[in-house]
Design a binder for this molecule. Structure first.
Ligand code: GLY
Length: 595
């Protein structure tokens, strides 16, 4: 592995600036190449990025297990997908343990600082402007990823954090080839990146986004990862790296002359010391003879996918109309009831009960429901067809924040049959836009996932130490105790509908997994119009419009795209099919150990 000369912080920033853009090399013979589908044995991985998939594959080939490989891939995505993932972000990991045939989850969600209150995202009784919150210290949550990697490796892994970070250090040192997606995401963010000295130095070398085909190196991040490997997670939660994070959150390095309003954050070192990644029971619903496991609150992924599947199972026939309606109802309930379970009472058992699902399913008729669907009453007492009004006002203040294509997802399986589905994020594509000077990574803006308020009865208002509600939905499907499929996606709240639609495509509409991922998508989240990809509107718009549905093109960027899923299917006798997107976000990378 290439070793870096240790250089002082200021110089390290300069290295990123002056390194001449090398031209990308073509892959050597026998090197994995980027493909959306791979089939074989001995372990498999699918991520949005070839370097990250290769990192996982290397760990698997060297005898590591799925958890080891997932951490290695996640850390590498922090290098090659730094606008979606990173050590200062958070995530949710679902793990199938083959030996005990048991599903575990680890919640590495960011937390609000203890100084945050229900009105911290308001000013004069109104929500602060969303774009001001996005690019601020105020929206930076206490990072969860490093604590999650550390816990995952100690609980279920076989290698150290130091070893797991090795592939990422190598990619950060040697560099990776800038593709159109990286270039475009940098360009979309250039206007705010230029307003922070540290961010401009790293991501706008020479004042512009790196050109497609050049090699992008991040020696600062290589050094940060190397130190993290040596010093351990405490370096962030109770050490020098944490001090630097807090200092940056409180006083973002605004470029002299910038006119941007940059609100400082509330994070203290005591918030970092108080942070814990948490093991939580997975959500589980039984669906057409399979067990579908997902992430429990504070993510709404498992509860909303699970509720929608229960609703679909209660219907006599399932097609795209029913998919949209089940999703609409499940989102009404998600918005009304799901928040951080350590701070609000979430009626999770009832939301996932068959009785509640039957009551909700009864509201689905031949035509699209009136908007907005009212939340149900998950109180344990259900009438299969209560004649309750389907539509009603949303609770005051409950509205969806703007959602983007942020976040990323990866899946890994090893030769022992262990499986990981792992969603990671720094929230917005580009997070807060603020790089910690000399450290090579962006701070998250995860606290914009809270409801800003003012709102009544909203389970997702901010609070001290609270975790904002997520939509991340890493999902593992099991039958008779053995894994059948693992899937997940980025995309803000549309993560839930992407995962749900892939499961509907696979198990209701009879598609094979590659088709189920590639098929055009639509996302109904209890909104008047369903967001959809243009190809979905072309193919299904007329038939669904005739049933009262209305559509709007998914906002992106890129406009008209929903999600960037990754998935595995277990085909029996040890054969695994790894699947990534053929085209969305530039296509993903599926690899197997033995093709
Ligand atoms: N920040 C995306 C999510 O947690 O759903």
């Amino acid at each position: 592995m290439k070793r870096l000369t240790v250089v002082p912080i200021g110089l390290a920033v300069a290295v990123a600036l002056v390194t001449p853009p090398a031209v990308a090399e073509t892959p050597r013979w026998g090197e994995p190449v980027k493909r959306p589908v791979a089939e074989g044995y001995g372990g498999a991985v699918s991520t949005v990025d070839l370097d990250a998939s290769k990192a996982a594959l290397t760990v698997l080939e060297q005898g590591g297990n799925a958890v080891d490989a997932a951490v290695a891939a996640a850390a590498t995505l922090g290098v090659t997908e730094p606008y979606s993932a990173g050590l200062a972000g958070g995530g949710f990991l679902v793990y199938y343990d083959a030996r005990h045939r048991k599903v575990h989850t680890i919640d590495g969600r960011e937390t609000a600082p203890r100084a945050m209150t229900s009105t911290s995202l308001q000013e004069n009784g109104a929500p602060i402007p969303f774009d001001q919150a996005v690019t601020s210290g105020l929206s930076v949550g206490v990072p969860g990823s490093v604590a999650q990697w550390d816990l995952a490796l100690r609980r279920f892994g076989t290698i150290s954090l130091r070893e797991a970070l090795r592939p990422a250090i190598e990619v950060a040192s040697k560099g990776f080839t800038v593709d159109q997606t990286f270039h475009d995401q940098t360009a979309q963010n250039a206007d705010r990146f230029k307003d922070f000295t540290s961010t401009a130095a790293l991501f706008l070398p020479g004042g512009a986004p790196p050109a497609v085909g050049t090699v992008f190196r991040n020696p600062d991040l290589a050094r940060t990862y190397r130190d993290l490997g040596l010093r351990g997670a405490r370096w962030l939660y109770d050490g020098r790296l944490g001090e630097e994070i807090v200092a940056t959150v409180k006083r973002p390095p605004v470029t002299p002359g910038s006119t941007r309003t940059v609100r400082p954050g509330l994070m203290e070192r005591s918030d970092l010391r108080a942070y814990r990644a948490v093991e939580r029971p997975a959500t589980r619903v039984s669906y057409r003879g399979m067990d579908v496991y997902g992430m429990a609150p504070p993510s709404s992924g498992g509860s909303t996918v699970g509720e929608a599947l229960n609703i679909l199972e209660a219907l006599p026939t399932v097609g795209l109309h029913e998919y949209l309606e089940a999703s609409r109802l499940a989102f009404a309930d998600r918005n009304a009831y799901v928040g951080d379970p350590d701070q609000v009472r979430v009626p999770l058992r009832e939301l996932l009960s068959d009785g509640f699902a039957k009551e909700r399913a009864c509201l689905i008729g031949d035509r699209a429901m009136a908007h907005p669907a009212a939340a149900g009453v998950p109180d344990g007492s259900y009438d299969p067809c209560p004649g309750a009004p389907a539509a009603g006002p949303q609770p005051k203040g409950v509205s969806e924040q703007p959602e983007g294509p942020e976040t990323t997802h990866l899946v890994v399986a090893d030769k022992w049959g262990n499986v990981v589905a792992y969603n990671i994020t720094i929230e917005q594509t580009g997070g807060s836009g603020i790089v910690v000077p000399g450290r090579g990574f962006l701070l998250n803006n995860e606290l914009t996932d809270f409801t800003f308020g003012p709102a009544e009865n909203d389970p997702n208002l901010p609070g001290p130490g609270k975790r904002p509600r997520s939509s991340m939905a890493p999902t593992i499907v099991v039958k008779d105790g053995r894994p059948l499929l693992a899937v997940g996606s980025p995309g803000g709240a549309s993560i839930i509908t992407t995962v749900l639609q892939i499961l509907v495509n696979r198990y209701e509409l009879g598609m094979r997994l590659p088709e189920a991922l590639a098929a055009p998508r639509a996302s109904q989240r209890n909104a008047a119009a369903t967001q959809a990809e243009p190809a979905f509107i072309d193919a299904h718009g007329p038939a669904l419009t005739a049933l009262g549905h209305t559509f709007t093109v998914a906002p992106g960027p890129p406009t008209g795209e929903l999600g960037a899923a990754t998935a595995l299917e277990f085909l029996g006798r040890g054969r695994i099919q790894a699947v990534a997107e053929p085209t969305r976000r530039g296509g993903g990378s599926a690899l197997v150990v033995r093709p």
